[in-house]
Each structure stands twice: as C-alpha cells, then as structure tokens.
Ligand binder design. Sequence first.
Ligand code: ZN
Length: 122
Amino acid sequence: MAVLDLEQLVDLKVRDQLTAANGTVEGLIRQALDRQLTQMIGELVEAELETRANGKQVPATPATKVCKTCRRDLPVTAFEKHRGTCRECRRDQARSRDRRPAASGPDLTAEKEPPRPGDQAS
Ligand SMILES: [Zn+2]
C-alpha cells in the first residue's frame, strides 16, 4: 500500500515537472541540467571567491589576543597597549580591589571577637 502511494506521488511529481518543462522530456532534462549547472557554477564561484579572500586576508599580525584572566580570544581593541588582560577584566579587578577594604572593615573584625562565655566565668 505504502509503496503504491509513493509511486503515485513520484508519478504526480514527474507529471508536475513535465508540465513545468512544457510537457517534454527534453525540457525536463534541460531543466535538470540547468539546475545542476547553476549549482556547479555557484560552487565554483564560491570556491574562487574564498581563495581570493584568503589571499588577501592572511594578516601579518593576528587581530585578536587571548586575555590572561578570562582566557577569551578578544580583538586587540579590547586591550590597552602592552596589556595581557582585557579592559573588561581590568575594570573588574579594579572594582573588586575597591570593594575589598569596605567588605573586611573594622566592623567585621569586631564581630569576630565576641566576649567568650569562658572568659566571663573566670
Ligand atoms: Zn579578560
């Protein structure tokens, strides 16, 4: 049953294509050839464009750099000159440096030394 359905479907499709190709097998073949040639030409043009682009693109110096901190491959514009750490990481580092003294302030050390029950007993 399923095979018959498929055959019918193929038959219909072929008939459709024949209609599109002015009802002739020649037209159908020409159409198929056209499609194949267009694809082949497209691939050739693409390959040619790629080789030309590659010839131009090979850069003397890489336009990217790996950040020492986040290990991301970033464009050199994301770094300050002669820095191995990107601007973003440097900003984060500066921010956490600013925060640290405030977080471990004198209040925290005071809380760490509460009066001990043992000390009070003696
Ligand atoms: Zn980074």
